[in-house]
Design a protein around this ligand. Structure first.
Ligand code: NDP
Ligand code: MG
Length: 407
């Protein structure tokens, strides 16, 4: 599609930092920037473990600074950037340094809890953050929202449901909102019986019907844990309690979120299932910019369907909503245990349903031990996160040992 673009005056050029630049959201962000006719300038990018991919992207985008989380990749990154003016750096602190480079907006698109520290650093420095990394809010929702208020900055939701809800809410005050609804595609297993889901392989879980995403969120989506994480994300982001947050399954992924008001009106956010739409919205906020993102043609879609989620076949959603309703530090516990369980599933150490079982067990253990207080700070949340990870790894190792004994 050809886009009409007028030249951008220097003072209107937005400088951007992309955290998680080599991932699915990061690459879509880079594509939008590359197609925006000079409306954006990339100050810094950060990635995890792939120095070559990071260097390639840094060159393409003309970034000034490229940070790799894995310090072992420094020499390779430096070599790949030789002859350019792009500054290479590596290690956890380098990713935080990237987040703190001067910019108008920081795209927080690191996968998992690894994103918490750098994204929080950007927020604390007063940067506007476009937040894709929902784990930040599930792990440390209260500290993030307090910091955003204290810094007087905005967290703009990139997650498609939250973006649609954000746009649908407008300036409405919370007391005029009756219900916020997030839609879920249902993922690859929505039509499967539980016996088949129980035997699902990582390959099957990664084959999402509507979205192309990184491995962690793809597995989360297959079990509807992703929707549970998103309900928690919405709770913190919009400051609304669990009772006014609903989930419905909508297989076409066209209506992403709905807001029902106390006068009976309902507004909804629709778009083709293409993450470039919410990414572009956040990058240009409060303005809008033209993109080549997929367009929605409702007559081609034809039918839109809506169903209640099935908590029996998708227990992860039930576990996540229960964690939010119980409150305190349970969302932090849930998030940490889920990351370890998803990792174990991807390595074929546990079955699909054992993900939700492990997470539920971690929540119950934390409650029984009385250690699930609401984190007061990011450091507090990360300490709780670490303790849950260690315990979950221990449970996995014990399970593996007892399985080995049986065989
Ligand atoms: P990917 O797995 O595709 O990408 C993750 C990115 O983070 C990669 O660039 C990865 O680098 C980088 N990374 C990993 N660890 C670190 C670290 N310690 N420091 C810096 N960078 C790191 O994930 P997605 O793009 O799919 O998802 C990113 C986030 O956005 C997740 O929180 C997800 O839930 C959320 N999200 C994603 C959506 C999607 O459509 N993909 C939709 C809505 C939300 P490397 O590959 O080298 O390890
Ligand atoms: Mg989403």
């Amino acid at each position: 599609m050809q886009l009409r673009q007028s030249p951008v005056a220097d003072r209107d050029v937005r400088s951007v930092v992309i955290l998680g630049a080599t991932g699915s959201i990061g690459r879509s962000t880079a594509e939008i920037i590359a197609g925006a006719g000079g409306a954006f300038r990339v100050e810094a990018i950060a990635g995890g473990r792939d120095p070559q991919a990071l260097a390639r992207l840094a060159r393409e985008l003309g970034a000034k600074f490229a940070a790799l989380a894995d310090p072992r990749g420094y020499a390779e990154l430096k070599e790949a950037l030789a002859g350019t003016s792009i500054e290479p750096a590596a290690g956890e602190e380098a990713v935080v340094a990237a987040a703190l480079r001067p910019s108008d907006i920081v795209m927080g698109a690191i996968a998992g809890t690894a994103g918490v520290k750098p994204t929080f650093a950007a927020l604390s420095a007063g940067r506007t953050v476009a937040l894709a990394n929902k784990e930040c809010l599930v792990c440390a929702g209260a500290p993030f929202m307090h910091q955003a208020a204290a810094s007087g900055t905005r967290l703009l939701p990139v997650d498609s449901e939250h973006n649609a809800i954000f746009q649908s809410m407008g300036e409405a005050s919370l007391d005029t909102i009756e219900m916020i609804t997030l839609t879920a595609s249902g993922g690859p297993f929505w039509t499967w019986p539980s016996e088949a889901i129980a035997k699902a392989t990582p390959k099957q879980a990664l084959a999402h019907p509507n979205w192309s995403m990184g491995p962690k969120i793809s597995v989360d989506s297959a079990g509807l844990m992703n929707k549970g994480l998103e309900v928690i994300e919405a709770h913190y982001l919009f400051g609304i309690e669990a009772a006014r947050l609903d989930v419905i399954v909508h297989a076409q992924s066209v209506v992403h979120g709905l807001v029902a008001f106390t006068d009976g009106s309902v507004t909804a956010g629709l778009a083709a299932p293409d993450m470039k739409v919410p990414i572009a919205y956040c990058l240009s906020f409060p303005k809008r910019s033209a993109t080549a993102a997929r367009r929605l043609d409702l007559t081609t879609v034809g039918r839109l369907t809506f169903e209640r989620p099935d908590f029996d076949r998708f227990p992860a959603l039930r576990v996540a909503i229960a964690a939010l309703r119980t409150g305190g530090g349970l969302p932090t516990v849930l998030n940490a245990a889920n990351e370890i369980a998803v990792e174990a599933f991807l390595k074929r150490l546990i079955s699909f349903y054992e993900i939700a079982q492990m997470v539920e067990q971690a929540c119950n253990t934390a409650l029984a031990d009385g250690v699930a207080h609401e984190p007061e700070s990011v450091a507090d949340a990360l300490a709780m996160d670490q303790a849950v990870r260690e315990r979950s790894r221990f449970v996995l190792a014990r399970q593996a040992a007892s399985r080995a004994r049986v065989q």
